[in-house]
Every structure is written in structure tokens, then in C-alpha cells.
Write a protein of this length. Structure first.
Length: 641
């Protein structure tokens, strides 16, 4: 059976990606073999999982393998598996395009990288595009595949020049063959048809693959005595050994998580991490555990040293894989690790689990819930015991994700609160824990003060902090959107309430009652003049040097939260806030004089607007009419100079 050959162009992003891979990863050429073996392993995993509910899908071909065939004379290398295979449409979807969201963002990130001529190998696996690494070493790639659900084979070919051909072909067995016609090599280049080269790469990068990686190798064996040529005295004449070829399994296939920790080297742990994560950076830390009791299970988890580029993509996969008696059940196992810890990579092997388990059953499974609870507990123990340098590295990469657990994981929010860090008005650019903050509180200080916003410098110099700084109180500077949900979820820490520096009364200073009375008429007048914008006008207990600021109610929305909501396209009810004015400021005294002389003076309204806009600018807000504000400031400068 044959079908009409079709020629298609690669999608633009695929062409860009292939160009980057082929031209930037040349010094890491051997990663192509690891990626092709990993893809073959994944294809067998998918078939085995499908066979749990449909055993007939295997037919007579139930001995799984990944075979490597090299041809030194013709300079070809093939990777063959008997996994799930692909249909015509699946080949088009998986190779002709890159469906994974975030790929274009990934390409842009690489293009804008300071290291313009290098591409980190870990990015290849992370974005599911390992197949294209074949073009690093191949001048032509041929894929012949047959899906387990189809009687037809499909042949795909490309020279990596921007186009590919695809046609239906006959293929007797299910699975996939990837045949590489290798590029010409220089004198010192690695020869990927040499047996020892393949052995080394498989041992280094794919030793833990669960299926035999087989190659037909040349070996030396003794010639049987009855086949040897002998002289008249019965002594052998000529060779006593001969060269033969036979299949050999190149990888150990040992489930590393089931082995004794004392028997595993750091290098083996690291290579297994790379195998499951497709991350070529070494992990930051690992934890290998065997749980015993009513139920037994093994777990091996890793904390990466670098956050992936698609860290906050909604469709990013969870890093946990689930096995039962060393049989792969599923990856992306969100039931084993909460979403905010989804960056953790690892394997759990639970022998007592039902092999036919589905996601719906998993959510209700008491064993899985118990495993999850224990894993999360161990993760917190691991993070708590990291040395400072390692923890700082971890927090820089994953702190934002960790914070997301506070509003979503009620049971563990106190443990997370112990781990989160913030810069403060007194920490000199260093991040400190909430415990450190409490230990440093002034004897007369009753609350933990914080302020939220998107700019550290603006927060550090916010008028809202003037009275707090005057008392030498430290203030937490919260600059990430998730912090708004953090402070809502932990109203207190270590029996100290968290208090926003921009909401409610700080109760630090008492308002001078005489001055309050002296300014009451002016404040009432300002309120009426600006009733569309402000809810109230009052003397400030926050301000020391600035003339004005805007504050909210204790349980109202902060200015930063309002900004976040608007940025995400949500309808936000118009917020009327309190305009606080510094009755000790000379500007206010002069406005008061004008007001008492002539309430109809048109300059008053202009001054009120300027004071409001100054308060808005100081908190990082946008004023309605920048041009008008600029003109008013220019006029005042002209009069003053």
C-alpha cells in the first residue's frame, strides 16, 4: 500500500526553532540521541498505559524495546521503538507544527538572550521539541511510523530546509523508526556510527530508561574446540577466537528509586533527574525516600536549580510521575503535588495502587492523598533545612510560586509563611523572613507593617511610610502581584497582625485638635469640590514631609490590587479613596489663606487638583490629564522663579 506523497512547509516558528537548534547546539551534538531515546521511551509508556484498559492493543508484540542501528559505511543511524506510533494526522501535528503554548515566547526569549550564539540544551526538552535536535547531526531525517490504532504506516522526510514530505506506506509492525543520514564529519568530530560512542552516550544519558536500549554489537568469542583446526598433535592451528555479532542491552534499566541510596552515585542521581525533567542544569537538591507502614511506596523528588521558561503557563505540566510496581501510570500527576509546588520533579512508585487507575479515581484515592500529604511535608522539611546560599537560589527562582500556596493550601500556609522572604525599608536590599522581621521589631511596635506595589524604589520612598520611618519602624516591601493574596490569607504572623501602611488609620500620631478644627472648613470645601474622586478629606497621621497621599479603608482594595485587576481586564468598581493632607506643610497653609480670603478664587480648584495628582503619582498611579498637570507645574515654576 502506498499513498500520494505530499510536500508541506514547516510553520514559521518551527523553522526558527530548527535554525536556533542546529546553529546554537553544535557543541552539544550528542544530546540528539538522548532526546530520540527519551521520545521512544515516552511512546512505549503511552502504549503500556493504554494497554491497561485495552490489552488487545499489544497483539503478539508485547516485548518492548528501543533499538539503535548504525551503518558506518553509509553513515546512517536509526532509533527504532515498538511504542504507540503515530497516525498521519499525529505526524502532521507533532512534527510539522509546535502546538505547545509558549513556544513563540520561548523563541523571543532566546533571541533576546545576552548569549546570542548559545542555546542551553535544557530548553530543548522543556519545550517538547527534542525531535528537531536530530538535525544537528543529520542532513536528512526519515520517520516511518505506524500507530497502534491503525493498519497504515506513514513516512515523513525532511532535509531541514524548511519543507517536509509525508506519504502513506506499508509498515508491518506498530512503532516508529527514525533514520538519520549523518552529515559529513571533520577529522576530530564525533562519529555517531561508532559502537563505543553509542555505548558511552547511552550509559551517560539514558541508563535509567525503563526499556532495553539494544544494539547489535561485535564481540569476540572462543571458537568451539570441535571447530578448531588442529595439527597432528591435536594443537590448535591459527585463530582460537572469532568475531561474532549479537544483540546487547546498553542500559541498566534499573529503577533508581527502588535501589539502595548508598549504592547510587551523585552522577547517577543527576542523570536520572535530567532524564525525567529534560533539564540539563543539575538539580539544586534531591530527596530519596522509602515509606513503610500500612502501605509502602518509594519516592525520589528533585528541586530544580532553574525555573523553566513556561513556569506560569496555565497548561504547564506538573513534574511528578506515578508508577505502580515500576509500570508507568502517568506523568503530569497533579494529584501527587499541589500546583504551587508543580515545579518539583520526581517519581512515586506505589505498589498497592490499582493499575487501571484513572484521574477521577486518583482524586478520591486515600493512598494517593496520603502520599501527597507526606511528600508535601518532606518538601517543607527539605526547604527548611537548605543552607542559606541554596535557599536564596531556590527562592529567587521559585519564591513567587511558593507564595501562591498561602491562599490555596490552608493546611500548610503557616509553613509557607515561615519560608517566604521580603525586602524591607531597613534590609539594605536583602530579603528577610517574617520571623526575622518580628525579632527586629521595636519594643513599642505592635503590628507588622507592609506596603504593596510594583516598583521597589517607589515603595521605598512612598509618602505612606514617612511616619513609620520617623519612628524607625521597619516596613515589608511587597512587589509581586501574588503578595496581595498573601496578606489577605495571613492576617497575622506569630500573633502579630499584618497592617497595610496605606490602609486605615495607623494610629501612630495624634492629630492636633486645634489644627484639625482650623482646617475643617477647607477640608469640607475640598471634599465637595472633588466628591467624584475622594470619599473623605482628613488630616494625615502618615505624612511628615509630603503634602498629600491617598489611603483606603482597612478592608478596602489597595491601589496595587486595583491596578492588577484592571491589567487583567476585570471590571473594577470605581474606588473613592481618602485624601490625606499634611496640616504641617507650608503649601497647605498658603492654600488655607487663599481659601479664607476668597472661596471663589479659580486657583483653588487648580491647587486641589495638583495636590490630588501629587498623591496619585507618589503611589505609582496614572493621572487623568498629564498635559494639564505639566502645564500647571510649569506655571507655578514661572511664578516662583
Amino acid at each position: 500500500m502506498g499513498g500520494k506523497k505530499e510536500t508541506h512547509q514547516f510553520k514559521t516558528e518551527v523553522q526558527q526553532l530548527m535554525h536556533l537548534i542546529v546553529n546554537s547546539l553544535y557543541s552539544n551534538k550528542e544530546i540528539f540521541l538522548r532526546e530520540l531515546i527519551s521520545n521512544a521511551s515516552d511512546a512505549i509508556d503511552k502504549l503500556r498505559f493504554k494497554a491497561q484498559t485495552n490489552p488487545d492493543i499489544l497483539g503478539k508484540d508485547s516485548e518492548f524495546f528501543i533499538r539503535i542501528i548504525t551503518d558506518t559505511q553509509n553513515k546512517t543511524l536509526a532509533v527504532i521503538d515498538n511504542g504507540i506510533g503515530m497516525t498521519h494526522d499525529e505526524v502532521m501535528d507533532n512534527i510539522g507544527t509546535i502546538a505547545k503554548s509558549g513556544t513563540m515566547a520561548f523563541l523571543e526569549t532566546i533571541k533576546q538572550s545576552k548569549q546570542e550564539n548559545t542555546l542551553s540544551p535544557e530548553l530543548i526538552g522543556q519545550f517538547g521539541v527534542g525531535f528537531y535536535s536530530a538535525f544537528i547531526v543529520a542532513k536528512k531525517v526519515t520517520v516511518i511510523t505506524r500507530s497502534a490504532d491503525s493498519d497504515n504506516g506513514v513516512k515523513w522526510e525532511s532535509t531541514g530546509d524548511g519543507s517536509y514530505s509525508i506519504e502513506d506506506v506499508e509498515k508491518a509492525e506498530r512503532g516508529t523508526e527514525i533514520i538519520l543520514e549523518l552529515k559529513e564529519t571533520e577529522k576530530d568530530d564525533t562519529d555517531f556510527t561508532e559502537e563505543w560512542t553509542i555505548r558511552r552516550i547511552v550509559k551517560q544519558h539514558s541508563d535509567f530508561v525503563s526499556y532495553p536500549v539494544i544494539m547489535n554489537v561485535e564481540k569476540t568469542e572462543p571458537i568451539p574446540d570441535n571447530e578448531q583446526i588442529k595439527d597432528k598433535d591435536g594443537k590448535p592451528v591459527g585463530e582460537t577466537n572469532r568475531k561474532v555479532r549479537e544483540d546487547e542491552t546498553l542500559n541498566s534499566m534499573k529503577a533508581i528509586w527502588a535501589r539502595n541510596k548508598s549504592d547510587i552515585t551523585d552522577e547517577e542521581y543527576e542523570e536520572f533527574y535530567k532524564h525525567i525533567s529534560h533539564d540539563w542544569n543539575p538539580p539544586l537538591e534531591k530527596m530519596h525516600m522509602k515509606f513503610e507502614g500500612v502501605t509502602e511506596y518509594n519516592a525520589l523528588i528533585y528541586i530544580p536549580s532553574k525555573a523553566p521558561f513556561d513556569m506560569f503557563n496555565q497548561d504547564r505540566k506538573n513534574g511528578m510521575q506515578l508508577y505502580c510496581k515500576r509500570v508507568f501510570i502517568m506523568d503530569d500527576c497533579k494529584e501527587l503535588m499541589p500546583e504551587y509546588l508543580g515545579f518539583i520533579q520526581g517519581v512515586v512508585d506505589a505498589p498497592d495502587l490499582n493499575l487501571n487507575v484513572s484521574r477521577e479515581i486518583l482524586q478520591q484515592d486515600r493512598l494517593v492523598n496520603n502520599i501527597r500529604k507526606n511528600l508535601v511535608k518532606k518538601v517543607f522539611e527539605l526547604l527548611t533545612n537548605l543552607d542559606k546560599d541554596k535557599f536564596d537560589t531556590f527562592y529567587q527562582e521559585f519564591g513567587q510560586s511558593l507564595k501562591a500556596g498561602i491562599p490555596t493550601d490552608f493546611e500548610n500556609k503557616d509553613k509557607i509563611a515561615d519560608l517566604i522572604r521580603y525586602k524591607t525599608t531597613k534590609s539594605n536590599g536583602q530579603s528577610i523572613s517574617l520571623k526575622e522581621y518580628v525579632d527586629r521589631m521595636k519594643p513599642d511596635q505592635k503590628e507588622i507593617y507592609y506596603i504593596t506595589g510594583d516598583n521597589l524604589v517607589s515603595l521605598m520612598n512612598s509618602p505612606h511610610l514617612e511616619a513609620l520611618k520617623d519612628r524607625d519602624y521597619e516596613v515589608l516591601l511587597m512587589t509581586e502581584p501574588v503578595d496581595e493574596w498573601v496578606v489577605q490569607s495571613i492576617p497575622e504572623y506569630n500573633k502579630k497582625k499584618l497592617k497595610s501602611a496605606e490602609k486605615g488609620d495607623l494610629d501612630l500620631e495624634k492629630v492636633d485638635e486645634k489644627k484639625k478644627d482650623a482646617y475643617s472648613s477647607l477640608f469640607e470645601f475640598i471634599k465637595k469640590s472633588m466628591e467624584e474622586k475622594v470619599k473623605e478629606v482628613k488630616p494625615s497621621t502618615r505624612l511628615k514631609n509630603s503634602v498629600s497621599c491617598l489611603s483606603g479603608e482597612d478592608f478596602g482594595m489597595s491601589a496595587y490590587m486595583e491596578k492588577i485587576m484592571k491589567a487583567t481586564g476585570q471590571d473594577v468598581p470605581k474606588q473613592k479613596r481618602v485624601l490625606e493632607l499634611n496640616v504641617e506643610h507650608p503649601v497647605l497653609a498658603k492654600i488655607k489663606t487663599i481659601f479664607e480670603t476668597d472661596t471663589k478664587n479659580p486657583a483653588l480648584k487648580e491647587y486641589f487638583g495638583l495636590i490630588y495628582d501629587l498623591a496619585l503619582i507618589s503611589e505609582g498611579g496614572k493621572i487623568e490629564n498629564p498635559s494639564k498637570f505639566s502645564q500647571a507645574v510649569s506655571d507655578l515654576m514661572a511664578k516662583a522663579i
